[in-house]
Each structure stands twice: as C-alpha cells, then as structure tokens.
Design a binder for this molecule. Structure first.
Ligand code: M6R
Length: 603
C-alpha cells in the first residue's frame, strides 16, 4: 500500500524521488505526488493514476535538494489528484506524506480543527493541520509540534514532514507501517522499502514504533517521544539492483514464475547443514515439539500456502495443525489448545491483518514464528523466531514464488521437527532429494509456456467465470489457482472442493463454463474425475491438470511425478501460467492489477 520516499542533501531530488516511486509501484497505488525544494524555490505536484502522469508534470524548473514523494492507495477519500499526497497545512507551510490509517481522525478534527477548511477527504490532511494548530497554540517548533501530534494520534502511520521554511530537514515517524532511513555520503534518504533507494545506498537504519527521526544531509537523530536520544547501528541490505529488475522479461510475474526452480535450490542450500540435516534453531524446534497444536495464521496466497503445508506438517511432525485467516482469527479467536504454537506466514512481513494477531499472541506470552521473505520486516521483528523464504524480492502483486517458497520452508521445518521427534514418516522422507526433484519438475513445467498459453486462449480468454476443483491438497491448490486467476484477469473464479459442487454450486455450470480439475492425489483422483463428468454433462468445458501416474490419455496438462506430500509445489505452476496468459490475452496489466496492493498495511 502507500509508498514513501524522500531525500535531503542531493541535487536533482525530483529525479531520485521519481525513480524511488517507480520502484514502489509494486505496492499498489492510484495516485502519486511529490514536494521538492531548495533554498530559493519549492514545488508541489500531484497526479492521479500512474507515476508517468506525475513525471509528465515534472518540468525543468521542478528541481530541488530536498524532497518527499508518495504513492497513494486510497482508504479515506476516492483516488483523485486532490486526495493525493503530499498534503499541506492550512497556512501551506507544512507538507506531509503518510502511509497508514489514522483511527481517531474524526475526533482530532472535532477537537482541534472544527473551523478548518480541507482541500480533500483524507485522514492525512487532518494530521498536517493538527501539527499547524499545535505549533501555533504552543508557539513551538515544527519538531515539537510534530512530536506532540504523535502523542494524540491513534492508528497506523509512517509520516514524512517538511517545513517549507527549512529546506534542510525531513521529520519522520512510524507506527505499525514500515519506514527506513538510508545513509548516503553527504545526503540521507527515507523509504518504505529499501528497494526504492538501492541506487542511492545499501546502508539502512530501522526506525521503531514510537520514535521520531530528524533527517538532515549530514546526520540523522533518532529520539523517543520523551526526547531521549536513541543510537542504532545501520545494516547493509542484502539485495542488489538486478534482483529488482525485470531484465528481458515483459512482466515481473513471469520472471517470478520462472525463478521458482532457483528458489527451491537456494532453499536447499540455505537450510542444508554440513551433517546433511535441516538446519533449524534448536530453541525453535524445542518450542514446536513442546506444543500440542500448530496454528498457521495468514492472508490470501500465504493462507493458501498454509493449507498446502497442513498435511506436510501433520504427517512429518505428528502435531495437529489448524490454518486460519488472520482477519478472522484476531477478532473471533477459537478456543486455543493448552500449548499452542503460532506460525505467521507472510511474504511481505508487513500485513496488518496478520500483525494484529501477532500483537495479541505476544500479549498472551505465546510462542511464535514468522516465515517471511523480508528480513527485518515488522512481523519478523515482533515474532519470537523467523525463517526466511530466500525467494528474492517479489514485485508482481500476484504472489507466485513466495507461495512455493512458503510451502518448501514449512516442509523443511516439518522434516527438522519430525527427525527430532523420531517420527518414522520424517525418517522416510529425504527432503533435500524431494525438493531437488521438485526444482527439476518446476523447470519442465515453466518450459510449457506455449502450450499453456494456448489453453488459456481456449478456456479463459473470453470467459466471465471459471472454477478450479480438486480434493485434499488439490483443493487447496485450487483455491490458490482461483485467487491467481481472479486477482489479475478479473475473471470471477472459485476454487472448490470437488465433492462440494453438487451440493449447490453446480447450479452455476452452463454451456461453456470452464472447469479446471487438479488430480494429483491417488486416493481422491477417481472421485474428482467423477465430478468432472458431472459438470461436463451440464455443458462445462473441462481442462485436467493431472500428475503423470494418475493421468488419462485425454488429460491436457501432465505433471511429472513428485513425492505425494509436495505435489502442490508443482501442480500450482500451470495454474500460475494460465492466470498470466489469460490476463495478457484479456489486455490487462499483469503486474499491477486494479485495486490491489502488494503489501497490505491496513486492516
Ligand atoms: O505479504 P503477505 O504474504 O502477508 O500478503 C498476504 C496477501 O495479501 C497476499 O498473499 C495476496 O493475497 C496476494 N496478492 C496474492 O497474490
């Protein structure tokens, strides 16, 4: 969701900000804006829609040595130029960008700003007006007024504030939303994600909730809201620019689909110890072994990865597993077992729905693990343990390689726990061998692009709806396949437990409705075939994705055999490609679907 970049102490700030905003496009946005200034001039420009619309307004005189930029994903107030950030105070002296949601904005408005006029409808505009009022009321500095405002605000935020009378300082603060300071030589930057400023620096400093940072060209000063100074070491981002470039690919999503075999091999390398065992922190293993139930908490694709990993974890560890949607679990918490252990699955590590559960779990003193792609992300810092996905940055909004990496990491974890508990099924499962077979199988499948593109053309390019069906793991992959298809191609797609169709949903089947069956489970394959026959008799246009050992001559997409526990790692690949090609054929932007954000930092 919203992205923030800023720089102080370097000329051509406008260009650095535009580049940074482009690198934050993946987060999802509907408008963008920037403020740049130097000692003699300042410029505030905004545009609805893509960054290129903003870029078109950056005329040669729009230049500066300080600036803040923003991509907005609308929450309060529709997407429009008026609601785009930066917002200014009533006297137009203060300029603010914000990522997050201010929960008490109405209360702040009624208490402090009832007589103020606002240009748009955002909660952010309330904040910048509030800072102005506090500054005037107490004859204080901008910094003191900002600090005081932070004590009054409730909600999630990353803020960057500039006082037009001081073209050498950016004030920043965060609560629940990400924000980093990047350290340069004679300049400093701010950004929601290190990716945005990697061409400027690889050294970053984290900001914690409840801190305020004064960023100037030669120094940064971190303090808490009582004014106590905080010293924090910087860290070097383990990323390079090639990780975030598309190279010869037309879209990030295709690159990321193709990355999956490499990610599997990287995970083998990262998690294989010199003794041939899976390397997992002994403390983490001990806590999981002591638990009587594992609760997987996640949203969207990560939740689907949780479902795909459930049987793997249960088989190899012999510990029962429940999978929950974060947004439901936090407010409708089921009765917990006596010794629960929590796994938070989150590619970004910033998802607000998952974080609110983690906050509650931490308050109860319960053990937790975050499995994430982003080292140092909020959920990684706040959970007791972290395991990394090592998938490399995932830029396309539609998650692909993070899904398979999540399942693979949970497979490695399950193997480590099972070995420690001396579970026979774990002894019998050579995880590194099986994952290397998965990697080779993925390679075969990603090479099938021409064939799968043709199936997308035949089955999905003009369809208004579609169903994926399967049983067991094939059902869980169906849910993910349907999410992938709907989020980028806008086809109304559902993933169904094959046996459930006849209990109601079969009423939706009509002549030509695409129904895609996934068959990789020996025990349920024939039942799913029966369900496919039922929909065919009612006019459905059926496509079968089957594993080699269960395939019939008429099946269209055949998946080379892999170990039965990890079929979801490979059966999902053709469905990712079907979604990709159907979207291209329907003429939509694969990487940036409408209304969606990559990192969902509001509940
Ligand atoms: O970063 P997270 O894994 O916590 O994100 C969860 C979902 O928002 C995410 O998986 C979403 O469903 C993707 N757009 C799916 O492609």
């Amino acid at each position: 969701m919203c992205g923030i970049v800023g720089i102080v102490g370097k000329s051509n700030a406008e260009q650095i900000i535009l580049n940074g905003l482009e690198r934050l496009e993946y987060r999802g946005y509907d408008s963008a804006g920037m403020y740049v200034a130097d000692r003699t001039s300042d410029h505030l420009i905004k545009a609805q829609g893509r960054i290129k619309n903003l870029e078109a307004k950056v005329t040669p005189e729009v230049t500066g040595t300080i600036g803040i930029g923003h991509t907005r994903w609308a929450t309060h107030g529709k997407p429009s130029e008026r609601n785009a950030h930066p917002h200014t105070s009533g006297n137009e002296e203060l300029v603010l960008v914000h990522n997050g949601v201010i929960e008490n904005f109405e209360e702040l408005h009624d208490t402090y700003l009832a007589d103020h006029h606002f240009a748009g409808q955002t909660d952010t505009e309330i904040v910048v007006h509030l800072i102005e009022v506090l500054k005037a009321q107490n004859s204080s500095t901008t910094k003191e007024a900002f600090k005081q405002a932070l004590t009054l605000i409730r909600g999630s935020y990353a803020f960057a504030l500039v006082d037009k009378k001081d073209s050498e300082t950016i004030y920043v603060a965060k609560n629940k939303s990400p924000l980093l300071i990047g350290l340069g030589d004679g300049f400093n930057v701010i950004c929601s994600d290190a990716l945005a400023m990697l061409d400027q620096t690889t050294h970053f400093v984290e900001i914690e909730d409840g801190e305020m940072v004064t960023v100037q060209a030669d120094e940064i000063t971190i303090e808490d809201l009582k004014g106590n100074l905080v010293y924090r070491e910087s860290y070097e981002a383990q990323l390079d620019l090639t990780d975030i470039e598309k190279g010869t690919y037309p879209y990030y999503m295709l690159k990321e689909i193709d990355d999956q075999p490499t990610v599997m091999r990287r995970l083998i390398q990262e998690y294989q110890g010199t003794n041939g065992q899976v390397t997992i922190d002994p403390q983490l293993k001990a806590e999981m072994i002591a638990s009587d139930r594992i609760y997987i908490i996640a949203c969207g694709t990560s939740n689907h990865a949780g479902w795909a990993a459930k049987a793997i974890l249960e088989t190899l560890t012999q510990i029962p597993v429940e999978v929950h949607l974060s947004s439901e679990f936090g407010y409708n918490t089921p009765l917990l077992s006596a010794k629960p252990f929590f796994i938070f699955l989150t590619q970004s590590g910033e998802t607000a729905d998952s974080r609110q559960v983690l906050v509650k779990i931490n308050a109860l003193g319960l053990p937790s693990l975050t499995i994430t792609n982003v080292a140092g992300s909020t959920l990684s810092r706040e959970a007791k343990h972290t395991l990394l996905l090592h998938a490399g940055p995932e830029i396309a909004v539609a998650s692909t390689k993070a899904y398979t990496a999540q399942i693979a990491v949970m497979t490695l974890l399950a193997k480590a726990i099972g070995d420690e508990k001396a579970v026979q099924a774990a002894f019998d499962f050579d995880v590194f061998h099986e994952l290397s077979i998965v990697a080779s199988t993925m390679e075969t499948l990603v090479d099938e692009k021409a064939v799968i593109s043709q199936f997308a053309e035949d089955f999905l390019s003009t369809s208004r709806n579609a169903f994926y069906i399967g049983r067991g793991n094939d059902y869980y992959v169906s849910m993910e396949a349907a999410l992938k298809l709907k989020e980028i191609s806008y086809i109304q797609a559902e993933g169904f437990a094959a046996g459930e169709l006849k209990h109601g949903t079969i009423a939706l089947i009509e002549e030509g409705t695409p129904v895609i069956g996934i068959i990789s489970e020996a025990v349920t394959g024939s039942h799913t075939r029966g369900n496919l026959k039922e929909v065919e008799s009612r006019g459905a246009h059926t496509l079968v994705i089957a594993s080699q050992e269960l395939a019939k001559p008429t099946d269209q997409i055949i998946i080379p055999n892999v170990h039965p526990l990890v079929t979801s790692l490979v059966s999902v690949i053709p469905t990712q490609l079907l979604a990709y090609f159907a979207t291209l054929q329907r003429g939509y932007d694969v990487d940036k679907p409408r209304n969606l954000a990559k990192s969902v930092t509001v509940e």
